[in-house]
Design a protein around this ligand. Structure first.
Ligand SMILES: C[S@@+](CC[C@H](N)C(=O)[O-])C[C@H]1O[C@@H](n2cnc3c(N)ncnc32)[C@H](O)[C@@H]1O
Length: 430
């Protein structure tokens, strides 16, 4: 509790220093522009560009014009597609399904919101920003959207995503019970935090929803990248359209960092390492790097996303926050919904405890103490059968509870014009 308070205070102080000036984003971007101008001046003055060492240090890599994006793209391009059999054997089988369930529920929720506001049969156009191999294609199919554009930096993943879509389309055509599948006519391989995607769309495009799952933290390497991510996510949204996503919760990470011995903390399935010096210092707003390792899935540098900053930056694109919840909070809420409970069962998002006959638990006995407690509370001495509960091993829970899920909504056309008028008035009175 005390660590959480400290983390909140440090981050709070960090933002307060800037946000007390209502033009703090202008401040950041003008500082950044000055910095870039200064760097250019120095290069022009010295004329000779120093030779780079053969093996670049991490610090030198970060100063490269592309920052750490090539490292991230390379990692995801090399990730092998694993078959169902291999996935079932994985130590994080249930956690991956659980995370997928969270995404399904968040996507279902936002599609419901859109249909409530615009009518049951409204056409819904979606941008899947950082779509990877197309892990959410089936969710878009189930959500009966009408059009999808996918974009990701990892070209191999984008190819696999397109291939998966074509397979899905062929299956849909051959299945007379399937309705028409959404149209996915553009798969863009590009650094979505540096490339202006609007210039890449083959025809004028408006989206009703942008979804950026488990990815936006890579953009917080710099203010410029985070701003381009938000521009791509939000500028083509129709008024009232949504931007949803999932990302690690900086409060939780900083809390664990403060409690760590030397900047590294882990469970059986994940490991996060910060520069040990970060343990007792204030993380910067951009470029607060840590290395994230998740059993067989992720092994990459990532950056802290301080959520109030994301919220402020999103306001530039006329976005207002609808909700932000930790996975734990979102789970508790959605599991009360009958559909959510049924879906988590079908998706195998929780492990049965005690294990069914002949099935081995994912973790050791010490990983299920809470489930054991719950069973004790539920057990009726007259029942001969021991009840079962759905759970995750503690190590998986510690890894998944790092994340939060959020939704922003674009202001209505009237709200946008009112906001612009107010800003104009503010400028003239200053
Ligand atoms: C953890 S995966 C998530 C993939 C997908 N959204 C999902 O939920 O299954 C992170 C994705 O972010 C992508 N990514 C990272 N940096 C990016 C960038 N600069 N531009 C576009 N995509 C990026 C990676 O290539 C990878 O596919």
């Amino acid at each position: 509790m005390c660590c959480r308070k400290n983390a909140l205070r440090d981050f709070g102080q960090c933002l307060a220093q800037l946000s007390c000036d209502k033009k703090f984003l202008h401040y950041i971007s003008s500082m950044h522009d000055k910095f870039i101008a200064k760097t250019r001046e120095t290069l022009v003055e010295s004329e000779t560009v120093p030779e780079l060492p053969v093996a670049m240090s991490e610090a030198a890599q970060a100063e490269q014009p592309q920052g750490l994006a090539p490292t991230v793209a390379d990692h995801y391009n090399k990730l092998q597609e694993t078959g169902l059999a291999k996935r079932t054997e994985s130590r994080i089988f249930y956690m991956r399904n659980f995370n997928n369930w969270i995404k399904s529920m968040a996507i279902g929720d936002v599609l419901d919101r859109l249909r409530r506001e615009r009518g049951r049969d409204c056409a819904i156009s979606v941008l899947d920003l950082c779509s990877g191999k197309g892990g959410d294609l089936l969710k878009w199919k189930k959500g009966r959207i009408s059009r999808l554009i996918c974009a990701d930096i990892a070209a191999t993943s984008v190819e696999q995503c397109e291939h998966r879509y074509h397979e899905l389309r062929d299956r849909s055509r051959n299945d007379r019970h399937d309705g028409p599948l959404f149209l996915a006519d553009q798969f863009i391989a590009a650094d979505c935090f540096r490339v202006h995607l609007k210039e890449r769309y083959q025809r004028p495009t408006t989206f009703d929803l942008c979804s950026c799952q488990f990815s936006l933290h890579y953009s917080f390497e710099s203010h410029e990248q985070a701003d381009m991510m938000l521009r791509n996510a939000c500028e083509c949204l129709s008024p009232g359209g949504f931007f949803i996503g999932s990302t690690p919760n900086a409060y939780e990470l900083v809390k664990r960092l403060r409690a760590s011995e030397n900047g590294t903390f882990s469970s059986e399935v994940y490991r996060i390492s910060f520069d040990p010096q970060m343990k007792d210092s204030q993380p910067p707003l951009f470029g607060a790097k840590y290395d994230f390792h998740l059993e067989g899935v992720v092994d990459c540098p990532e950056f802290l996303v301080y959520f109030p900053l994301l919220e402020k930056m999103a306001a530039k694109y006329h976005m207002k926050l609808v909700y932000k919840k930790t996975f734990g909070e979102f789970f508790k809420e959605q599991i009360n919904d009958r559909e959510g409970r049924n879906l988590i069962g079908r998706m195998q998002g929780l492990e049965s405890y005690p294990a069914d006959d002949g099935v081995q638990l994912s973790g050791g006995p010490s990983e299920y103490k809470e489930a054991e407690e719950r069973i004790k509370e539920m057990t009726n001495p007259e029942d001969r059968r021991r009840p079962k509960v759905g759970t995750l091993s503690l190590s998986e829970w510690k890894a998944t509870d790092i994340y939060l899920v959020f939704a922003f909504q674009k202001l209505s056309a009237e709200e946008i014009s009112l906001k612009e008028k107010t800003q104009e008035n503010d400028m003239t009175t200053e």
